[in-house]
Design a protein around this ligand. Structure first.
Ligand code: SAH
Length: 242
């Protein structure tokens, strides 16, 4: 694929999903990222989605659906960012954001670090570690918004994410068809962690073949401080989810 075909597919995918077109410079940054992702993905397994139109819709547009719920200038933590979703699309589209991208897999963070250098993205900090690690816990309560896609069920995810949100900030969980069910299961834990679900934004991700997939963005406001024992060690979380 060439840049001009990429531009036209991306433009169509954004329009189908009711999103604003991107400037040529931002589209070129997405193109450079795509080439890097495809190249590295040939020998390191970063994503199972290998076809560029699907990368555009299922990774880029899907990530950008969250943008409407992120306040201007926010300090964001993307917990379990993998090779950079939603970090990279948000960082390119929203230079006002400062994004800390955390993942427990070193090779994914190394990839992301190289990608941010290649794209000269000054607003991404790539950090290797687990949310429950002592060194990462030093940043508890630091972020205006914690976002996470495809990392864990909502009850487990809430314990990993909500402690990192500052009081008055929010946690945004990017979920698929099972979002509503997971939200109910997590209600008790969310309250215990100082949060309250303020909205469940139901969306459709429109693909290029005319089909669509359900998405839900669960917005949790952090109203009270999280008790200091959270997040617990991962084994304890799994053994007895909140
Ligand atoms: N958000 C990306 C990746 C999802 S895969 C996307 O939507 O494509 C889930 C990722 O979460 C994996 O890369 C895994 O390494 C990471 N992860 C799982 N538990 C974690 C934890 N406790 N702390 C940090 N990263 C974690």
């Amino acid at each position: 694929m060439e840049l001009c075909e990429f531009q036209s597919i991306f433009c169509e995918a954004l329009e189908k999903n009711g999103l604003e077109p991107l400037s040529p410079a931002k589209t070129e940054a997405f193109w450079a990222f795509t080439l890097h992702l495809m190249r590295v993905n040939e020998h390191i397994n970063l994503t199972a989605i290998r076809n560029i139109p699907d990368v555009i819709t299922k990774h880029y547009v899907d990530s950008l659906l969250a943008s409407a719920y992120i306040p201007q200038g926010a300090r964001v933590l993307d917990l379990g960012c993998g090779p950079g979703f939603p970090t990279i699309p948000l960082a390119i589209a929203r230079p006002d954001l400062k994004i800390c991208a955390l993942d427990s897999t070193d090779k994914k963070i190394k990839f992301l670090f190289d990608a941010t250098n290649l794209l000269a993205l000054p607003n991404v900090e790539a950090v290797s570690g687990r949310a429950e690690d002592a060194v990462i816990r030093k940043r508890l309560g630091e972020f205006d918004l914690v976002i996470s896609r495809a990392v864990a069920r909502m009850n487990i995810l809430s314990e990993l994410c909500l402690p990192y949100v500052k009081q008055g900030g929010a946690f945004l969980a990017m979920k698929g068809a099972k979002g509503a069910e997971e939200e109910q299961e997590a209600a008790h834990g969310i309250a215990l962690l100082g949060g309250r679900v303020i909205a469940s934004h139901e969306k459709e991700l429109f693909l290029l073949d005319g089909s669509s997939e359900p998405r839900v963005l669960i917005e949790v406001k952090k109203e009270k401080k999280t008790p200091p024992e959270y997040p617990r060690a991962y084994a304890a979380i799994l053994k007895k989810p909140l």
